[in-house]
Design a protein around this ligand. Structure first.
Ligand code: HXC
Length: 510
């Protein structure tokens, strides 16, 4: 008996050793943790239960039969994050460069199937040289099995990808279909083809960092949602994100203890809006003053900074926030900000997370670059996302809500449940200057007349009361009481039931 127990321990020890001490040292020398160290940091201490520790590949080509390490380059299993279950896979770069074989893929698929069946998020830690070259099409098939599960799991359980090493070729498409991607600065890369292939095909010379590093994907491409200094920070932030999310689409997000008065009054908000309508202010300040304990978990903070997206809690419950940011491009809606916010709104709706929309938007960005880039189609994504969302929706217009952007930003007409405005709100087809120029073109040379027309237009439209008279604004609220009003509004919507007509699926303008 003792001998059998010892054999089990010996086999476990060998599996835990991964690719051996030298390769582990090389991993550490690059500033990267090992697959197992990452799992330990992601999960609550001692909570990890491993699956398939002894799975080995079945390839015999290229001398592979002589090297069949236990685990086959990926550590899989489940554990808890602050007491809530999550499934995890973590690729082990020390074993065949973390490359994906048929059996490696089967291990990932097993935990994805269990996550969907049992209703818990999947966290994928990616550190891999891509398809296991020795296995050929068997490896490609393995990837496709994972992709198919990413699609089926989308909207069923949250899927989070941590990119902590190379991620090349088709390997990027599994993370791309998950809900959130976090990268580590200077040690993680995502590209369909690496710098060498780029050089051969297009003659461009580009570094891996420039082509597909964390800063490229969080600032330029928007493929990734966050970039962090090192593995430890990325894993800690993933835990923070998971805390905001429901375990599946069958459950509500967790309600956390909160220590913030829900009737908290913030007199400073009464002066947040500058006297000059064109002076910017930081919308983050409003978000912080509304949120429980001022805690805002921002998603895509470096991309399309003219719109803010992220999670807060109100009375301990998760709320998704979408807010125009007047500090950047005056908070205008454009291609990038529409895409960013639309995806966020759809995530919230898929997982029953209520949405708070804070509006200060001068309209859609004009110009050939935007029109030729398809701002119509991309803007429509956001319109569509808000229009189809059935979760509780509370909107606060702080200042400008002009033109189509007024409609788009969770207006009453898109089934907004509570549409509040501050007294400083200006709800109109366009700003007074532009309106007067069009309506009274003949008077353009007469500065006095133009000024009088502008004053008249402002008096009539640059306020929230015209919209409030029609019931498009439910109430004009004091800025200082925004947190209290918004908390009460969401509390009243806890029993909301709303569904869209039956359809196979919609046809959002992709
Ligand atoms: C098998 C691989 C491998 C792979 C790396 N290794 N990638 N083994 N299949 N895809 C092995 C190496 O042989 C090496 O083994 C060990 O992992 C570490 O690799 P190094 O090259 O020494 O590490 P490093 O210098 O850090 O470079 C990492 C790398 C590079 C950038 C990832 O290894 C690389 O370019 N690999 C190939 C990437 C690639 O082209 N993959 C296929 C993409 S196509 P030893 O024994 O020497 O330590 C694809 C299609 C999927 O993925 C399509 C799905 C639809």
């Amino acid at each position: 008996m003792n001998g059998i127990l010892q054999e089990l321990e010996a086999r476990r020890g060998a599996a835990r050793a991964g690719g051996g001490a030298a390769r582990v040292a090389a991993q550490h020398a690059k500033g990267k943790l090992t697959a197992r160290e990452r799992v330990e940091l992601l999960l609550d201490e001692g909570s990890f239960e491993e699956f398939d520790m002894f799975v080995a590949h079945r390839c015999t080509d290229f001398g592979m039969g002589d090297s069949r390490p236990a685990g086959d380059g990926v550590v899989t299993g489940w554990g808890t994050v602050n007491g809530r279950m999550v499934y995890v896979f973590s690729q082990d770069f020390t074993v065949f460069g973390g490359s994906l074989s048929e059996t490696h893929a089967q291990k990932i698929c097993k935990i994805m199937d269990m996550a969907m069946q049992n209703g818990a998020p999947v966290v994928g830690i990616n550190d891999s040289g891509g398809a296991r070259i020795q296995e050929g099409v068997a490896s490609l098939a393995g990837y496709a099995e994972v992709f198919q599960r990413n699609v089926l799991a989308s909207g069923v359980v949250p899927q989070i990808s941590l990119i902590m090493g190379p991620c090349a070729g088709g390997a990027v498409y599994s993370p791309a279909m998950t809900d959130f991607i976090f990268m580590v600065k200077d040690s993680s890369y995502m590209f369909v083809t690496g710098p060498d292939v780029v050089k051969t095909v297009t003659n461009e010379v580009v570094s891996a960092e420039d082509l597909g590093g964390a800063s490229t994907h969080t600032r330029k491409s928007s493929v990734a949602d966050g970039a962090f200094e090192n593995d430890v920070e990325a894993l800690a932030e993933a835990r923070r994100l998971i805390d905001f999310l429901p375990s599946s689409n069958r459950e509500k997000p967790p309600v956390r203890p909160f220590f913030d008065d829900i009737t908290r009054i913030e007199p400073s908000l009464d002066t947040l809006i500058p006297a000059n309508a064109n002076t910017p202010y930081d919308m983050r300040e409003l978000i912080a003053k509304i949120a429980d304990e001022g805690d805002f978990f921002e998603i895509q903070s470096e991309f399309a900074r003219n719109i803010l997206t992220g999670f807060i809690r109100l009375e301990g419950s998760t709320v998704g926030v979408v807010a125009n940011q007047p500090l950047v491009l005056a908070g205008v809606l454009d291609i990038d900000s529409s895409r960013k916010a639309a995806r966020f709104v759809r995530f919230c709706d898929a997982f029953e997370i209520p949405i708070l929309t804070l509006v200060d938007v001068p309209g859609f960005m004009p110009g050939t670059a935007q029109e030729h880039g398809g701002v119509i189609k991309h803007g429509a994504k956001l319109l569509f996302a808000y229009g189809e969302a059935t979760v509780p929706k509370v909107t606060v217009i702080t200042r400008k809500a002009y033109g189509g952007a007024y409609d788009v930003m969770s207006s009453k007409h898109l089934r907004g449940d509570f549409n509040y405005a501050w007294p400083t709100a200006e709800i109109a087809v366009m700003g007074s200057k532009g309106a007067v120029e069009i309506l009274y073109r003949g008077e353009a040379g007469d500065a006095e007349k133009v000024a009088a027309r502008t004053r008249d237009y402002e008096a009539r439209f640059a306020n929230p009361f015209v919209a409030a008279e029609r019931g498009f604004i439910d109430e004009v609220i004091m800025p200082r009481s925004t947190r209290a009003r918004v908390c009460r509004a969401f509390a009243s919507l806890r029993g909301k039931r709303l569904s869209n007509p039956w359809k196979k699926h919609d046809n959002i303008p992709l």
